[in-house]
Design a protein around this ligand. Structure first.
Ligand SMILES: NC(=O)C1=CN([C@@H]2O[C@H](COP(=O)(O)OP(=O)(O)OC[C@H]3O[C@@H](n4cnc5c(N)ncnc54)[C@H](OP(=O)(O)O)[C@@H]3O)[C@@H](O)[C@H]2O)C=CC1
Ligand SMILES: Cc1cn([C@H]2C[C@H](O)[C@@H](COP(=O)(O)OP(=O)(O)O[C@H]3O[C@@H](C)C(=O)[C@@H](O)[C@H]3O)O2)c(=O)[nH]c1=O
Length: 289
């Protein structure tokens, strides 16, 4: 099977290029080959590659910047996945896509399940929700993995930002009133590959029964929950850096985009049906090792 992988220079895309190898011929494209802001180019590349599966971790992920570039964020996060879905359906291909805990408003402090009401409070979250909806409306066979607080040892992420700042400064002020689950990019890629291996094994003739049974939205986050403050404590402790940390409120850290106060995802549907997921502390230790 030919797999078209987008965003291969991103955190999750980089890991997916490795994790997907056993499943077929991976055609990995970055922005230079397929710019998601150019919908004609997205269409043309899919028609040229003729994949049996599209895996789309590419996204507009600059949460604060999205507030002043809503049109671009929606083109990349909503319209482009919609085009991918439409093209995949025409080819009889399946689509794997990624979304975010920021589709939830984050008021009620209970882990969110897939069927809970969404209600994004920033442009990025709204654009990602619109992407989910475009895919579902297309009728393509699909999996949408909502994940959260992604980090890894490459790319732009909270872990690397904190390691850098903690080495440069004596004290860091970190918000302690936002709750979520940090998730290693490799956990997401490996879980995706395991699920797709099950999909490939699941259908005698081309997986239709498997996708009918298992397709749709899954939450895919590390187990457990924490705050950005506590996550930073764990990071600098693992790294052996001596830096004072001061817990602050979101109001004390003014930024353009509002963030949910509570966006912990319950991944029980995925864990019960398809694949195990580590606790965030366990994954962080492995990643930093
Ligand atoms: N990062 C996080 O904390 C979270 C991410 N997610 C979701 O998970 C998925 C993967 O995220 P992650 O790997 O962390 O994101 P990254 O920001 O690390 O990577 C995003 C990728 O998308 C590419 N990209 C951005 N704009 C375009 C464009 N116009 N055309 C083509 N490619 C483009 C980037 O390319 P380039 O390098 O050229 O910019 C990069 O390769 C996304 O769907 C994201 O919304 C969900 C929850 C948390
Ligand atoms: C750098 C820094 C940030 N913060 C705060 C700001 C913010 O509230 C919180 C998180 O910071 P960031 O801006 O790095 O994280 P943010 O961009 O909000 O991360 C989100 O990205 C998107 C793509 C997602 O989908 C989400 O799941 C989530 O991972 O930490 C501090 O309190 N102190 C600091 O020194």
């Amino acid at each position: 099977m030919k797999i078209l992988l987008t965003g291969c220079s991103g955190q999750v895309g980089y890991e997916l290029e490795r994790s997907l190898q056993g499943l077929g011929q991976v055609v990995a494209v970055d922005r230079s080959r397929m710019d998601l802001a150019d919908l004609d180019q997205v269409r043309a590349v899919i028609r040229e590659v003729q994949p049996g599966l599209i895996v789309n971790p590419a996204a507009y992920t600059a949460v604060d910047k999205a507030e002043s570039e809503p049109e671009l964020a929606f083109r990349i996060n909503a319209e482009a996945p919609g085009v991918m879905a439409e093209e995949a359906r025409k080819l009889g291909a399946a689509l794997v896509h990624y979304s975010t805990d920021y589709v939830f408003p984050g008021g009620d402090p209970a882990p969110r399940v897939e069927t809970d009401a969404t209600g994004p409070i920033n442009v990025y979250g709204a654009s990602k929700l619109a992407g989910e909806q475009a895919i579902a409306a297309s009728g393509v066979r699909h999996l949408i993995f909502r994940t959260s607080w992604v980090y890894g040892m490459r790319g732009k992420n909270f872990l690397l930002t904190m390691l850098k700042l903690a080495r440069e400064r004596d004290e860091l002020r970190i918000v302690a009133d936002q709750h979520g689950a940090p998730t290693w990019s490799r956990t997401i890629a490996d879980a995706t590959a395991l699920v797709l291996a099950k999909a490939a094994a699941g259908g005698a003739d081309g997986q239709q029964p498997w996708w009918e049974q298992h397709g749709g939205i899954y939450h895919l986050s590390s187990q457990g929950q924490t705050t950005w403050f506590e996550f930073t404590q764990a990071i600098i402790e693992q790294a052996g850096i001596a830096c004072r940390l001061q817990p602050i409120t979101s109001a004390e850290y003014p930024v353009p985009a509002r963030r949910p106060h509570y966006s912990v995802l319950s991944s029980q549907r995925l864990v019960q049906q398809l694949v195990q997921l580590p606790h965030w502390r366990e994954a962080l230790a492995l990643c930093m090792r």
